[in-house]
Write a protein that binds this ligand. Structure first.
Ligand SMILES: [Zn+2]
Length: 156
């Protein structure tokens, strides 16, 4: 996978003629340029797409690129998050369903996994420790299908 801008532009953060045209045609955004530049400096090779929520940025990437973007112990994604001033979730579409859900839900953590019976059969019910933002919740439903998400009530 590559960056939406060419490698040289990703490294320099400045756009060549070709990439300026892409930007003008709306194929790439300012955020693409910024994220590509930051990631190129951390040795990542690219990503698939960005989903931009107000408080959170989701980066879709191949399995291999996702590992690079997350970095050792989450170091790269933590630095990126600091520089962009918002939360970031990195997701690979080739991950299994649970891994995708847990990554999208970040920084909320899954505390429990239950199976509930419904007339249509068993359904997965996941309990998280903190509320999950609206956009991420919608993405989880879109990508993971029939799961129920619940937020843990405060401990009494
Ligand atoms: Zn370029």
């Amino acid at each position: 996978m590559a960056f939406p801008i060419c490698d040289e532009c990703a490294k320099s953060g400045l756009l060549c003629k070709g990439c300026v045209e892409k930007a003008r045609d709306g194929e790439i955004t300012e955020l693409d340029v910024l994220v590509s530049n930051l990631l190129a400096h951390h040795g990542a090779k690219g990503y698939e797409s960005l989903v931009d929520f107000e408080t959170k940025l989701i980066i879709f990437a191949s399995d291999e690129d996702a590992t690079e973007i997350i970095g050792p112990g989450g170091k790269t994604v933590a630095e990126l998050s600091k520089k962009l001033g918002r939360k970031i979730a990195v997701v690979s579409k080739s991950w299994d369903k649970m891994q995708i859900i847990q990554s999208l839900a970040r920084p909320s953590k899954m505390v429990k996994e239950n199976k509930v019976s419904t007339p249509k059969g068993e359904r997965l019910k996941l309990i998280f420790d903190k509320p999950i933002d609206e956009g991420s919740l919608e993405l989880i439903k879109e990508m993971a299908g029939d799961v129920e998400i619940e937020i843990q009530p405060y401990h009494r």
